[in-house]
Design a protein around this ligand. Structure first.
Ligand code: SF4
Length: 332
């Protein structure tokens, strides 16, 4: 794999301005993705993973502000881009696939006209050339080009999501951010879309940041998996290993145990006690300490924020020493 860095997020912090104060949704997160690499990001709802995705794409709402750090895509400082330059950069260098295709596609326009409009808005291309490209894109995501004349509601959920993926790939960007792209789909369609993403990624060669709440799904797809909790990146590990047997961070262990797999029985499942913290008042020290089974006899967990340490081929933000981490009961 090439070592060229496509995404370089450095010490990024994002807060939302609310009536009750600042909600710190992303705190000091650093993450890189190499050319053609797929990196997954998992965590419970509200952990900051979608905020991070929106911050990378510069799609944060007016009530959000970057309080620190930087985002570079293919060497370009995303926050230094202005107006038209940013608009062009978004499709040609980085694009995004959202969870619900229905929210992205215009219900009163055919798919073909939407793809043609998108292409013509970003590259000097005739209508006939744009139509030909739309046909190529449909073939690429295995939809019969005859369906280009359909309206979004005439396609199945899986087909609509393939259309959105085709549009994201249209200008061959270097990076595609996918935020829960398969969550609304049934398991069979989900599996075929994941295979499709992998296939396209190998053919077209883009890098992917794949966001999901399902650690098993992400680890089967991604080369590396990041785990977020209370706006912080608490673990970054290779994705290919058996996460059920080898989750490292105590929160990741809880996440893995709480997520059903095809082979797991009911007895294997166990929720994480308590709930994620309110982002307006994140606990001091390690934000996971009120829920962590290993924090009881440790003073440092509730006092000092853990630094990230190397643990084999993983990076873990936890006060436990490598030998203590090794000694933890693993899920499974
Ligand atoms: Fe648990 Fe302490 Fe590690 Fe946080 S730092 S995950 S509270 S052991």
């Amino acid at each position: 794999m090439s070592e060229k860095t496509i995404l370089d997020v450095r010490n990024l912090s994002v807060s939302y301005i609310t009536k009750s104060g600042l909600a710190n949704a992303v705190q000091n997160v650093s993450l890189t993705i190499a050319e053609r690499e797929i990196v997954g990001l998992v965590g419970e709802s509200g952990c900051g993973k979608s905020t991070l995705a929106q911050a990378i794409m510069r799609l944060l709402g007016d009530n959000a502000m970057i309080t620190g750090g930087s985002v570079r895509v293919n060497g370009e400082d995303v926050y230094a881009l202005k107006g038209e330059a940013l608009r062009q950069f978004r499709w040609s260098q980085m694009s995004m696939v959202f969870q619900s295709a229905m929210n992205v596609l215009n219900p009163v326009k055919t798919i073909e006209s939407q793809i043609v409009d998108t292409l013509q808005a970003h590259v000097a291309i005739s209508k006939r050339e744009a139509r030909e490209r739309a046909q190529e894109l449909f073939s690429l995501v295995r939809i019969d080009p005859k369906r280009l004349g359909s309206y979004p509601h005439e396609l199945s959920g899986g087909m609509r999501q393939r259309v959105v993926i085709a549009m994201a790939v249209a200008l061959e960007p270097k990076l595609i951010v996918m935020d829960e792209p398969t969550t609304a789909l049934d398991v069979v369609v989900q599996k075929s879309i994941l295979e499709q993403i992998k296939e396209l990624q190998e053919q077209v060669g883009f890098a992917v940041l794949f966001i999901s709440h399902d650690v098993h799904l992400v680890s089967s797809l991604a080369a590396r998996v990041g785990v977020m909790y209370a706006g912080q990146l608490v673990e970054l590990s290779p994705g290919s290993r058996a996460w059920r047997q080898a989750a490292h961070h105590p929160y990741t262990q809880g996440l893995v145990r709480a997520m059903p797999t095809l082979l797991a029985t009911d007895e294997d499942l166990a929720g994480i006690p308590g709930s994620p913290p309110n982002l307006l008042s994140i606990p001091p020290g390690c934000p996971f300490h009120p829920r962590c089974p290993h924090a009881r006899d440790r003073v440092d967990c509730s006092v000092a924020r853990p630094q990230t340490q190397k643990f084999g081929d993983a990076q873990i933000a936890c006060h436990l020493s490598p030998s203590e981490l090794r000694g933890l009961d693993h899920a499974g």
